[in-house]
Design a protein around this ligand. Sequence first.
Ligand code: ATP
Length: 310
Amino acid sequence: MTLAHRPDGVHVRAPGKINVYLGVGPRHDDGYHALATVFQAVSLYEDVYAYPSEGFSVEIVGDVNVADVPTDDRNLAMRAAKLLARTAGVDDGVHLRIRKGVPVAGGMGGGSADAAATLVACDALWGTELGPHRLHELAARLGADVPFALHGGTAVGTGRGDQLTPALARGRFDWVLAMSEQGLSTPTVYGRLDEMRAHGEGLADDAAPSLEVPVAMLHALRVGDAHELAPVMMNDLEPAAIADRADLALALSDGVRFGALTGIVSGSGPTLAFLCAGPGAARTVQEELRATGRDALHVHGPVAGARIIL
Ligand code: ATP
């Protein structure tokens, strides 16, 4: 390990994610649900700049609404920096400048991307050279979605979503994301799912089948066929996420009417992800959704995980 040369600042970019498949099992005693999920990292990014500092501080800027993002120890990036410093025995601090491109509380793992980017940035800034395995361990301690933001690409997540197996995915998938101004809290959506299940509302009593990622989905990803992927996409959280949000149910049917192959709630929502046959179809869906007054973006996946930008 060489600590002789310390950079003046490090810039790391990490992607937001879509859950192409999200099967949710019963709630465990620790409050977490068993998951079987397929993540895909998409071309909507968080940029984290880490600068040498005596203390720890976070500054948030960005095109999305960043008003609700904390800048104290509740911020996942701040927690990531302090965890790495503690683990590696670093006495230095860091100033983190986070440029958010992923909607806040949007179900796309923006905070998790910040945490992953911060681990990579501080590891480089401080010269701690922990290596991918240890960084993964720290990521899993910070949150279930953080390891995936480190790795990127397309991956199957089990356990809490943090036990990752890379999935082969050929080519590129075109997505249109429909954003919402009003975010959704992940714990609230899971809580509502538990209530709905307790009342047997519209959900299978036996949740076990959705804890297996369908073979047809892995095949569709492997051959890079959006037409094959669309019918097997699924999100167990969707009924809970759209329960009080008639606007989301309407937008889901609008997107398909405008030519998307299918649309699902991304993670715990409220961002909607529409899979399109190609870039042309995606541009049409994006324009038509915008014409209805929605904020829509055309992105693609899979893309790489947290990476240093030179
Ligand atoms: P996930 O899908 O991983 O559950 P999300 O994408 O729905 O999360 P985030 O934007 O990651 O939501 O964060 C949700 C909440 O976490 C925010 O409302 C905010 O209060 C808090 N938070 C903590 N750190 C961050 C961060 N770095 N960026 C955004 N939100 C953060």
